[in-house]
Design a protein around this ligand. Sequence first.
Ligand SMILES: [Zn+2]
Length: 277
Amino acid sequence: MHIPIRVTNGPFRACYDSSRKEIRCSRSLLALLWANAHLALSIYERVYEQTRPGARCVLNLDDDSAANDALELVHWAFTSLESGTIDWPPHLPGPSTSDRTIATASRTTRLFIYALAFVLHHELAHARLHHDRSTVETEQDADRTASRRILGWSGALDDASPRFILRAHGVVVGLGTICGRQIARGAFRSPSHPRSFDRLYHTLDDLVPYPHHPAWRMAAALLHVYLTMAGLEPNPTVYAHAKDCVNAYCDLMAALDERTTTSSSRRRRQPQACAAP
Ligand SMILES: [Zn+2]
């Protein structure tokens, strides 16, 4: 199956056009994904790569200009890219000429590539599964199909291997970016899509049952930062593992969502037992 990809101008957008049989993806969405990949990696490198699973993680942004730049970049992306105009702040990090080949690309750009791969595979899944309209069920199917395809559902990749972790992190950035945008806007409902945090939780739950897996750790880090940026900093709490932390943050967003809406279509996430040492 050959599906052309058309890169467009304008607001954030990725979709499969079933009448033209093409995928469309906007440049502003590419910029948004790169900025969020940079933030995810900056926080992950500072906190989670420095601590063993189960140890307390502390993020201290005081005197950390690089982390503050990553936060400023994402704030710019969420607020200034909405219009579709890309005017990249020259004093902040961005893609460079070395990113033109995978061999010389930065860690951020490699992560961005897998985040973009998740987005494109999601749209490709709509085409392969012959979805002619967007519903909660078709979106969940597309998320599951895309993430399994990226992660190599054949079992060829060990889930502790660097290749698996990079790809899983790409899925986290792809879905985490949507969470960040919805947190910033304070609106989680859509008539056709599941809530972003439910998409993130259920997709990861399908892929990586090990609750200390780096994918859960990056998801916890990203959600914590997004909530803090929106003035909703979670109370300091000790969690058994990163998956529990992500579930607690999802509960926080669900409570926020349910305060602003009367109906709830939320599918309850079940607490998971620790599946592996
Ligand atoms: Zn979709």
